[in-house]
Design a protein. Sequence first.
Length: 123
Amino acid sequence: MYKLARRLGRALGFNRWLHHVPGASSAMGLYMLASHRDSALNRRGWFQSMQAKSPLSKDGEPIPWLSYPAIDLLADRIQDPSIRVFEYGAGNSTLWWSERAALVHSVEHDQDWVDRLVPHLPD
């Protein structure tokens, strides 16, 4: 957890001001700040995704392996439930699209992965 918190601090640029924040003098303090229920990472589902080792929303629903703004853009643009989707690589994006599209056609080369995914797909 400590190494993760240090990497997160460097990535977010917190190291410069972290020593000015009470209770955040260590990487664990940074982790506590970032994982607070009101933090952007927590509100978006980043910590849930990290624990599950799979991209998830704040509600634990599967999301595509894209940036959060890209997912928001797609979700806002998809208004037609008869849309058809073709994707290379099946996974959480397939599950996400299946909730928003009439048809999802995925190309996946890994049969073991397909076998794990199929039980989660709608008819």
